[in-house]
Design a protein around this ligand. Structure first.
Ligand code: DX5
Ligand code: ZN
Length: 231
């Protein structure tokens, strides 16, 4: 498994979500985000969330086509069964939902054994403290800043205290876990999330809806960097 280049591993990381790309022009839309850090790939099963996107076969083609590494976000039931397939096809990072996993620690260990970074996600209504004692089992904690399921929703600032508490706990324990936020991230919300300790930012509509995708990625990164330096 090749890890991203050192430059791309540096925070703040901007991960555009192809949920906002044109699905029938995916190769073109992947090429457009080559200056970003990871491509965020939202897998939805119409069961864990009320929306359906794509599965292993499509993600395998994205893996083969993308100029940058994959950050797969599984919004599916039974990730214990399905998540390893995404590590196997070569995704750099595989994140599953805590609410859906029956044995999150065992699953994270399996993903790492397969060479992927292991991530765990929590919905806005899920408390973060269940993760405190197992933070180091994960390479990434995803604090959802909208209800998962759809792009283009409004950022929920009420999720920020939970993020801050998780980041503080990780720092206290000397953990190197990355903290990702996903949902409603834009020029007007990224600073709050960076100030609360996020280092990895998913943005769908704010990137693919911009006139210049490259300028949008750079603009988000610059704002996040400035806001995280202030804290
Ligand atoms: C929502 C997905 C997000 C989505 C974000 O369930 O997990 O990754 O693409 O889209 P925006 O940035 O438009 O809120
Ligand atoms: Zn996502």
């Amino acid at each position: 498994m090749s890890l991203p280049s050192s430059l791309r591993s540096e925070a703040p990381r901007i991960n555009p979500s192809i949920l906002s790309a044109d699905f029938v022009n995916m190769q073109r839309d992947l090429a457009r985000i080559e200056t970003a850090d990871f491509v965020h790939v939202d897998v939805m099963d119409n069961h864990f969330v009320p929306n359906l996107t794509f599965g292993l076969q499509m993600v395998e083609r994205v893996q083969a086509t993308s100029p940058i590494p994959l950050d797969v976000h599984l919004m599916i039931t039974d990730p214990d069964r399905w998540a390893p397939g995404y590590a196997e096809l070569g995704a750099a990072s595989v994140t599953f939902h805590l609410e859906a996993a029956s044995d999150p620690v065992a699953l994270a260990r399996r993903l790492r054994d397969m060479g992927a970074r292991a991530g765990v996600a929590i919905k806005p209504g899920t408390a973060g403290d269940a993760l405190y004692d197992i933070l180091d089992e994960f390479d990434q904690i995803l604090v959802m800043t909208v209800e998962p399921g759809f792009g283009g929703q409004s950022f929920m600032p009420e999720t920020m205290p939970k993020l801050r508490a998780l980041v503080d706990e990780a720092r206290r324990r000397g953990s190197n876990t990355w903290f990702q936020v996903d949902g409603g991230i834009s020029d007007s919300t990224i600073e709050q999330a960076a100030a609360a300790g996020a280092d990895t930012f998913v943005a769908g509509s704010a990137v693919y809806g911009a006139d210049s995708i490259e300028a949008a990625v750079t603009g988000l990164r610059d704002r996040a960097r400035a806001a995280s330096l202030e804290t």
